[in-house]
Design a protein around this ligand. Sequence first.
Ligand code: ADP
Ligand code: MG
Length: 562
Amino acid sequence: MAVAKVSLLDALQEHFGFEAFKGNQEKIINSILAKKDTFVIMPTGGGKSLCYQLPALMNPGCALIVSPLIALMKNQVDLVRSYSSKDNVAHFLNSTLTKAQIKKVRTDLLSGKTKMLYVAPETLTKQENIDFFKDLEISFIAVDEAHCISEWGHDFRPEYRRLKEMIDQINPDLPIIALTATATPKVQSDIVKNLELRMPEVFISSFNRPNLYYEIRPKRKKEQTIKEIVKFIHSHKGKSGIIYTLNRKTTEELADMLVANGIKAVAYHAGLDATTRAQRQDMFLHEEVEVIVATIAFGMGIDKPDVRFVIHFNIPKSLENYYQETGRAGRDGLEGICVCFYSHKDVQKLEHLMRDKPLSEREMGAQLINETVAYAESAVCRRKVILHYFGEGLEKENCGNCDNCRNPKEKIEVKNRVVIVLKAIKELEERFGSEYVVNIIMGVINPQITTFKHDKLSVFGEGKEFDAHFWNSLIRQMMLEDLIEKDIEEYGLLKIKEKGHAFLKKPYSLMVALNHQFEEEAAEDDAEEIAAEAQISADPVLFEMLKELRKKVAKEKNLPPF
Ligand code: ADP
Ligand code: MG
């Protein structure tokens, strides 16, 4: 046993030059080498690739690695090759290759020189490929970004659902390794079911990224926000960063503004053709530009270890998205600053985007947005909220690396008010969501409420002296404290947890910080600005002017023309 351990470390040093394994890597690799089905849940940047790359190099034959994006594959193969002296150690097979290139890949595979073959799920659906793989010595199948299997994940891809069927055609006995950075239980069970993992060894790592600094900033006027961003980037001169925005138009506009302010920036979104996208991604990876302004189309699997900041110009549509997107900062374990601009108007925009979706999807989406809003408006440690979302606790009261912990808000005693909320939930027999509970506490009368015998409830109108914002914040806080929970499967009904029942029996002092900053911000979102914004995009002359300006600046600064 001891001998094997030493040699695994030797192999790591020989092939990758790393000093030591990170987290669960060694255990995972041992499980793969033992040919067991293995399920790896590890946050972005945790080092998942190495978990299959090292055993692929050590095992006889070639490992098949399923990867969802063509851009991702190239990036990965380039990286593997950079560690090896031989280019044919890794290849990818997808629709971008020419006939001649495919032939070369096949020759290398047959000669046994290739240890890793990255494939798109579509590649596996082609019978000629299946037939080819059948006769090849394959060591195992790795399914990277396995959350693509689940509709509950943040990147559902239907082709992923057919993988198991294809794998069985190649060889049903092949060990399968599934890897993802998505920790929600629903997605996890979807993955195990769909890939039919056989008593898999499951490895779940902590989702805490202690080196990431989280901050929420109120978003006021657009120009002011852009100014703040420019100032931020100037004070991090020469560092790489990503700015995420909600729509394509904003990526272009914002990139223009940054360029006009002497910052090397490009836009990236799904509306650009594949060549331009690949070009801009490479420019970012090779540091020809400092900043990439992108929609969520950018980033999955991008391995740039020294991204120093991720700025969200709009709040993302779920906390999971936020975690994944910010996760691209500081992958080398060094500084990573994550700033998110937040306004009520952006929340409305997100809600508006869902207006044409079917009802079930809208409800699911609304719930995800609510959780993001709760995060943004919270005065609690940001890390604690994020980890709680993934079902993980944080021991420390103060993480020391988020805005709320660096500048704690004043705390107030909420013992009696917590009792009111708990009583309300109890008297309503745990059959209502937070909006209804708050209405009861505040004594709001509407037809829906009067149908339930509100006058029989002892807490009706007990909390009149505070507004709905206060009670909603308190409810969210109580969830973090594990006093109550929201039943996601059941329309978000509030339920009392064990700790909550104990609190009701014997209330104790509870001090919490509540954030009132954002109530005032809402008032500043004026209609004038919305109108102005709409006008710019509608005015072709203005738009052309902006484009011209951009070209001119790019020329002056000797930037590549776009
Ligand atoms: P993930 O796929 O989990 O998001 P990656 O596999 O892309 O993460 O790895 C993230 C970074 O960590 C990469 O830059 C990789 O080279 C580095 N890395 C992985 N394992 C180790 C290790 N044992 N020691 C040092 N760096 C590592
Ligand atoms: Mg990865």
